[in-house]
Structure formats: structure tokens, C-alpha cells
Design a protein around this ligand. Structure first.
Ligand SMILES: [Zn+2]
Length: 138
């Protein structure tokens, strides 16, 4: 375990904060349950269906992140917390604080994203992104 107790506490708080934010967001969406207008022409109907689909996608993205946060909270109990599941290197305190659900170090994450987009080039490395601007799940 390369993280100090103080760092672990901060990460735990970050997990709790993100969990609360997601739960609040999900509750808000449930409160304003969306009712599609069934009158109108086909274009309107197609549009309403599009909105419902988008909201479902957003919701499942949140639920996925929520599950990852729960796993991270559980993972914190283990000695190998904060170790990249791909390369075994330390994920690092700063990244874990910003992305407590992360299971990979920033390099492995970026390599994986590049592979997914179909242009994986292990060398030369792209410049590191600022982790606070990283918009995806992790
Ligand atoms: Zn790694």
C-alpha cells in the first residue's frame, strides 16, 4: 500500500461525494418523470422517443459509475488498492482522488481508449492529458 491513511481518507470522501451527486441526479430525473406527447405528427413522436432513449442512456451511465464507485469503496479494504489492473503500476493518488472509480493508471487507460478507437500506437506517447479534464467514466 503506497497511499497514506490521510490520502485514503481523502479518496474515501471523494467516493462518497461522487456517489451522493449521482444519487441526487438520479432522484431528480425520477421526480420529473418524462411523459412523451402522443399527439402530433410522426416527427414529434420520433423526437420524444429520442429523448427517452437519451435519458435511459444517461441513467445507465450513472448507474454504471455508481457500481464502480461501490466496487472502489470495497477495493479500498484490500492491500492492492490503487494498483493498475493492467500493468501493476501505481495508479497514483491524484488520479484516484479525481477518478476514484479508476482501475487503471492513466497510461493504460489511454492505451485502451486508443485501441478502442482503432489507432493504437504504443510509441511515441501522446502528451499526458490533465486528469481533471478527463471527461469519461474513469
Ligand atoms: Zn497501468
Amino acid at each position: 500500500m503506497y497511499l497514506t491513511q490521510d490520502q485514503l481518507n481523502q479518496i474515501r470522501q471523494s467516493i462518497e461525494k461522487q456517489r451522493r451527486e449521482i444519487l441526487e441526479k438520479l432522484n431528480e430525473r425520477n421526480d420529473e418523470a418524462y411523459e412523451p406527447e402522443i399527439r402530433g405528427d410522426e416527427a414529434d413522436i420520433a423526437n420524444s422517443e429520442g429523448i427517452v432513449l437519451t435519458m435511459e442512456r444517461l441513467q445507465s451511465r450513472d448507474l454504471r459509475l455508481l457500481q464502480k464507485l461501490d466496487e472502489a469503496a470495497h477495493w479500498m479494504e484490500d492491500d492492492d488498492f490503487g494498483i493498475c489492473e493492467s500493468c501493476g503500476e501505481e495508479i497514483g493518488f491524484k488520479r484516484l482522488l479525481a477518478r476514484p472509480a479508476a482501475r487503471q493508471c492513466i497510461e493504460c487507460k489511454q492505451n485502451e481508449e486508443q485501441r478502442e478507437r482503432g489507432y493504437y500506437h504504443p510509441r511515441p506517447r501522446r502528451p499526458r492529458r490533465d486528469i481533471t479534464n478527463d471527461e469519461d467514466d474513469e
